[in-house]
Design a protein. Structure first.
Length: 499
C-alpha cells in the first residue's frame, strides 16, 4: 500500500477514504479535514448518514447511486464505477473516492482499483477510515480473537461458514437479501438458532434484534447499515453433520484412551469390512431404500476414515492427502469440464478417461490396472470389457452361444471323467463365457447374480415361514414338500413385487 507522501509519478492517483460506521462523530479527524478540502470528490453511494451531515457543512461530491438503479447486477455496477473513476483520474490527475466504512473492509470496488494499480493504470492511496467491525464487536461484546469470520451476504455459501466461530455477515441491506442469507444458513444451523441483526452499530441509532434464524427476513427493519451476527455453536450435537467433527470422532476412537477394537485395527484387518459395507450399499440401492442407503454410505465412509486415520498415525498420508489426490485426479481426468477438451457423448468421455488413465499408470499391459483382488465375476467382466475396447471381441452373439455349448460339453466331460481340478478349470471357462455373453447384452454379472441371490433368499425365507406356521423345520420336511412351497413362493412373491 502506498502512503500519501509518495513521490508524484506519471500515473493519475485515486485517494480513497472511508466514511466510517455511521455518524460524523465516528469519522477520524484527519479524514474529516481531507474530505472538506478535497476536489473532485466521488462517492460510491450517498446513502450514508455521514454524507448528510457533511453536506450541511458544504461538502460537494459526485455519487454513483444512479448506476445502481440502471444496472441489474452488482458486478456490472462496480465495473461501471471503476471505469468512471479511472477516466476521471486521468482527466484531473488526482481524485478522491469515498466509500462506507473502511476502504479495505468489505469493499469490492477498492479491491478492483487495487487490481488496476497492479496493472499499471493508476496509483491508489488509502487514506483510512473506521470499519463497522469495531463498533460491532463493542455492541455484541465479543472478542474476535476467539475466532471470527466476516462474510459478504451477496457472495457466500454454506460451506464458507465455520460454525464454531463468531460469524458476522455484512451487506444484509434488505428483506430479500436477508431471506437468501437465512436459507443458506439453514443448510447448517437449526431453524430456531438465535442470531442477531445489528443496525447502525456504534451510533445513537444502534439497534440489536435477537431472534430465531428463520425470522430474519420478516418485518424487522434492515438497511445498508445492517449486519447479521451468528454466535458460535457450543452444542456438540449441532456439529454432528460437520466433516471435521466426524474426523475428530474417528481420531478419538483410535486414541490411547479410545475404543479397544478400533485401536487394534490395521489396513489388512479392515479389508473385509470395506467389502461387506460396499455390498450393503448395493443392497440398499436394490431395495430403493434411501434412508437405508444413507446409513450404508456412512458405513463405507467410516472405513475410508479409519484407513486414513491409520495412514496418518503411521506417518504415510492423511485424510487431506486422500481428498487432495482425488480432487486433483477428477480435475485431471475431466478436461472436457475443467479444461479445453471436448467430449459431448458418454463414449467420448470414456475414451478420454482411458487415455488419461493409461498415461498416468504408464503400464505395459492394457489389463494391468484391473485389481487381482476384485471379485472373480466382476474381474472377468472388466477384463473382457477392457480387451473389447481394442477389438478383442466377437461382433455378435452367435459365436458366443457356440462357445457356451463347447464349454458346457467340456465341463460335463470332466464331471464324468476328470478330477476335481480339471472340473474346476472347465467350470471356470464356462462361467467366463457366460459373463461374456451377458456383457454382450449389457448385463453385469454381479448385478444379475445379486438379484438372483436376493430372489433365492426371499423364496427360501417364504418356505421357512410357511413351515414355521406348521411347527416344522426344513430338516423335518421332504424335498418334494419344499418344492411345492417353492412354487407357491414364486407366485406369492411375484404378486407382492407387482404391487
Amino acid at each position: 500500500m502506498k502512503t500519501e507522501n509518495k513521490q508524484n509519478s506519471q500515473l493519475p492517483r485515486v485517494n480513497i477514504a472511508g466514511l466510517g460506521a455511521g455518524e460524523l462523530s465516528q469519522l477520524p479527524l484527519g479524514i474529516y479535514r481531507k474530505l472538506l478540502k478535497a476536489e473532485h470528490l466521488y462517492l460510491r453511494t450517498a446513502e450514508h448518514p455521514v454524507v448528510q451531515e457533511l453536506e450541511q457543512e458544504g461538502l460537494r461530491f459526485y455519487s454513483f447511486d444512479h448506476i445502481y438503479e440502471n444496472q441489474p447486477q452488482f458486478d456490472l455496477v462496480y465495473e461501471h464505477i471503476i471505469e468512471e473513476l479511472i477516466g476521471a483520474a486521468w482527466k484531473y490527475n488526482t481524485i478522491h473516492y469515498v466509500v462506507p466504512g473502511h476502504p479495505l473492509t468489505a469493499e469490492s470496488t477498492v479491491q478492483m482499483l487495487l487490481q488496476k494499480e497492479k496493472e499499471g493504470r493508476l496509483e491508489v492511496n488509502i487514506l483510512g477510515g473506521q470499519s463497522f467491525l469495531d463498533p460491532m464487536f463493542t455492541a455484541l461484546k465479543i472478542d474476535p480473537n476467539d475466532g471470527f469470520q466476516l462474510l459478504d451476504a451477496t457472495a457466500f455459501a454454506a460451506r464458507d461458514v465455520q460454525m464454531t466461530q463468531h460469524v458476522i455477515i455484512s451487506q444484509v441491506y434488505d428483506a430479500m437479501m436477508a431471506s437468501e442469507v437465512k436459507l443458506t444458513l439453514m443448510e447448517k444451523y437449526p431453524d430456531e438458532y438465535d442470531v442477531m441483526l445489528v443496525t447502525a452499530a456504534g451510533t445513537t441509532s444502534e439497534n440489536i434484534q435477537k431472534l430465531p434464524l428463520y425470522k430474519i427476513d420478516g418485518q424487522m427493519k434492515v438497511d445498508n447499515l445492517t449486519a447479521l451476527y451468528v454466535p458460535p455453536v457450543t452444542n456438540e450435537e449441532l456439529l454432528h453433520h460437520e466433516f471435521t467433527t466426524l474426523r475428530q470422532v474417528i481420531a478419538q476412537l483410535r486414541a490411547p484412551d479410545g475404543c479397544p477394537w478400533d485401536k487394534k485395527q490395521t489396513h489388512q484387518s479392515l479389508k473385509k469390512y470395506l467389502i461387506e459395507e460396499s455390498y450393503e450399499v448395493l443392497d440398499a440401492i436394490d431395495q430403493e431404500d434411501d434412508e437405508h442407503l444413507q446409513e450404508e454410505l456412512g458405513d463405507v465412509l467410516l472405513q475410508v476414515l479409519l484407513h486414513a486415520q491409520i495412514g496418518e498415525e503411521d506417518g504415510f498420508f492423511t485424510m487431506d492427502d486422500v481428498i487432495e489426490t482425488l480432487t486433483t485426479k477428477m480435475i485431471r481426468r475431466h478436461p472436457h469440464v475443467f479444461g479445453e477438451a471436448i467430449a459431448e457423448t458418454e463414449g467420448q468421455v470414456n475414451e478420454n478417461w482411458e487415455t488419461i488413465k493409461k498415461a498416468e499408470k504408464n503400464e505395459d499391459s492394457l489389463l494391468a490396472d484391473i485389481p487381482a483382488s476384485m471379485p472373480a465375476l466382476m474381474r472377468a467382466y472388466e477384463l473382457q470389457k477392457k480387451a473389447a475396447k481394442v477389438g478383442f471381441d466377437w461382433g455378435d452373439d452367435a459365436p458366443m452361444w457356440k462357445k457356451l455349448q463347447e464349454e458346457t460339453a467340456e465341463w460335463l466331460y470332466e464331471v464324468k471323467h476328470g478330477t476335481q481340478e480339471t472340473m474346476k478349470k472347465e467350470f471356470g471357462d464356462l462361467l467366463f463365457v457366460v459373463v461374456n455373453l451377458g456383457r454382450f447384452y449389457k448385463l453385469h454379472p454381479e448385478e444379475s447374480l445379486h438379484m438372483t441371490n436376493r430372489k433365492f433368499f426371499e423364496r427360501f425365507s417364504y418356505i421357512e415361514e410357511a413351515l414355521d406356521k406348521q411347527n416344522r423345520t426344513p430338516e423335518q420336511t421332504t424335498l418334494e414338500e419344499m418344492d411345492v412351497l417353492w412354487e407357491k413362493a414364486k407366485t406369492h412373491l411375484k404378486g407382492e413385487n407387482d404391487e
